[in-house]
Design a protein around this ligand. Structure first.
Ligand code: FES
Length: 560
């Protein structure tokens, strides 16, 4: 007989051992637990799962593979699903208000589930945009042995030779409305843009956060890019299950991993891939949970040293699937390490430093044509720039990886909702050269800081992408391209300067200098402030609770 090593059960023993806990055991015996199961560490597989969209459609099955790995390593695992708000489906609707809120709900529900049932360790499986930072925030908050695992991206679609992602589907609407494509083209895009389950295929928010989970050290190296449909996913899941028991045995916790160096590495990677601006919010929020001091200035400081080396959609032509074929995230991380930008000493879930892991890893090739070199980067400037100025005293985030223009000046066309702005695009009322301002879209104002892919895609689809700029206190989707400034803080709902703008005010955006200014005299702004009144509080329960708690975007829009 093989004698199994006794693994620690620091929490589950208090829930399930002894006479006094007999009733607790009764509940688990009701679902098939044996004496042997109670002797093993209890592991939660926190799975953001539902059938309401493709992004996390398969992650419950993936939880089964994690459980297999846990069992193999000597633990007992139970799946504990959390909710998923599918950003692509609620884009442009009132449902979008729940997107960022769902990040907090995911983090809070993992906390409630893991802490209420005495789990010793846990593995978190994310997919759609907010489920990932939600789980990583819970890892930082709970600081229990845990491993992050991504559910994987959908495969790209094709019409003939043309590669499609959901980005093309969103942009096709504007192209059709402005007569650039036919109804047949539109139908072909609708039917072929997303041929499988998994997350959106480009480097939008989900795939950005997945790559950053490796850069942060929370996910095993090389685990983020395999498609959702591939057999590799199950292998990564089994390994995550085994790994988390190793953490339990060795006492490895997320806060050993989530140091300032880890966030430095994540920010450098974000800049090098021209990732989603949402990652700024999410990294600030994860750092907040980990007790690490991270500020918008860190993004600017690190970003100014890092050019874009990945040619991924929406900045470039390639998808996550293409990145996987050339070696995945480790190819990018190794280039950052070789350039001296990545801090090699940062610790990872694999129980080793990221630099050592990358040195040991066999990479087949340089990553071309998806990943460029630092001597010949894809774009010379970083993907994201932090702006400050009299229009955003606490900061704003500009995505520049997807646009060639670093400076823009023009008169404001001001809208108090995305719907009004979308109508103006539909009716051809957006003037070339103008700065489209969409306000009252912030964390408190909307509430929930909705993403605005529908309007940004409509602007690009209407051929205005390089001719107008967009400024908002809301967010953009990772699929957004054009000259876009979001996360303006303070937001309009708390009386930030963006609330005082009027049509025709000249706004100057200068990504090179990192500034955003409105050219209106201070005295005039003060006069306008006297007549400004805050918007009414939301009336719906969760929206009202969130609006009361949430902080500004410059602080990650956290609620704790
Ligand atoms: Fe879920 Fe894009 S809508 S990842």
């Amino acid at each position: 007989m093989v004698l199994r090593k006794q693994l620690p059960r620091p929490r589950s023993s208090a829930w399930y051992d002894g006479v006094e806990n007999l009733p607790h055991r009764v509940y688990l015996r009701a679902i098939g637990f044996s004496d042997e199961d109670f002797e093993k560490p209890l592991v939660a597989v926190a799975t953001s799962w539902n059938e309401a969209g493709p992004c996390n459609f398969h992650t419950y099955a993936l939880a089964g593979s994690v459980k297999k790995g846990v069992a193999r390593a000597g633990g007992t695992a139970l799946a504990v699903p959390t909710l998923v708000v599918n950003d692509g489906i609620n884009m442009g609707t009132d449902g979008m208000k729940y997107s960022l809120i769902s990040r907090e709900l995911v983090a809070d529900s993992v906390e409630a589930q893991v802490n209420s049932h005495g789990f010793d360790a846990w593995v978190g499986i994310g997919g759609c945009d907010k489920t990932q930072p939600g789980i990583m925030m819970a890892m930082a908050r709970l600081d229990l042995p845990s491993v992050y695992l991504y559910g994987g991206s959908a495969e790209p679609g094709y019409v003939g030779d043309r590669v499609l992602t959901v980005q093309e589907a969103f942009e096709a609407v504007g192209a059709y409305l402005s007569g650039k494509i036919t109804g047949r083209d539109l139908r072909l895009i609708e039917e072929n843009a997303m041929p499988t389950y998994g997350t959106c295929q480009g480097l939008f928010t989900a795939n950005t956060m997945a790559i950053l989970s490796e850069a942060l050290g929370l996910a095993p190296l090389g685990s983020s890019t395999a498609p959702a449909t591939s057999g590799e996913r199950a292998k990564h899941a089994q390994r995550a299950g085994e790994l988390v028991l190793d953490h339990l045995e060795r006492g490895i916790r997320p806060r050993h991993i989530l140091t300032h160096d880890a966030f430095h590495n994540a920010i450098a990677t974000l800049m090098a891939i021209a990732g989603s601006t949402n990652a700024v919010l999410h990294l600030l929020a994860i750092a907040h949970e980990a007790g690490v001091k991270l500020e918008l200035e860190d993004f600017d400081r690190i970003g100014r040293k890092v050019p874009v080396i990945a040619a991924l959609k929406p900045s470039g032509p390639y998808t996550m699937y293409d990145l996987h074929r050339v070696g995945g995230a480790p190819v990018i991380l190794k280039k950052l390490l070789d350039k001296g930008i990545l801090v090699g000493e940062a610790y990872t879930v694999e129980g080793e430093e990221i630099g050592r892991l990358l040195e040991k890893r066999e990479l087949n090739g340089s990553g071309e044509p998806v990943v460029y070199s630092f001597s010949n980067p894809y774009k010379k400037h970083a993907g994201i720039r932090i702006l400050k100025g009299n229009l955003a005293p606490e900061g704003a985030v500009m995505k520049i990886g997807a646009s060639e223009k670093l400076r823009f000046m023009g008169p404001a066309q001001v809208f108090n909702s995305e719907k009004d702005a979308f109508k103006a695009v539909e009716e051809g009322r957006i003037e070339k050269g103008s700065v489209v301002v969409i306000r009252y879209m912030g964390p408190k104002g909307a509430p929930g800081m909705p993403e605005m892919l529908k309007i940004t895609a409509a602007i690009v689809g209407a051929g205005l992408g390089e001719h107008v700029a967009l400024v908002t206190d809301g967010r953009f989707s990772g699929a957004t391209r054009g000259i876009m400034v979001g996360h303006v803080a303070p937001e309009a709902a708390v009386g930030g300067p963006i609330a005082l703008l009027e049509d025709g005010d000249v706004i100057e955006i200068n990504a090179k200098e990192g500034t955003i200014r409105v050219k209106v005299d201070k005295d005039i702004m003060n006069v306008r402030r006297k007549t400004w009144t805050p918007p009414p509080e939301p009336t719906v329960g969760l929206l009202r609770k969130y609006a009361r708690l949430v902080q500004q975007a410059s602080r990650g829009a956290v609620t704790t």
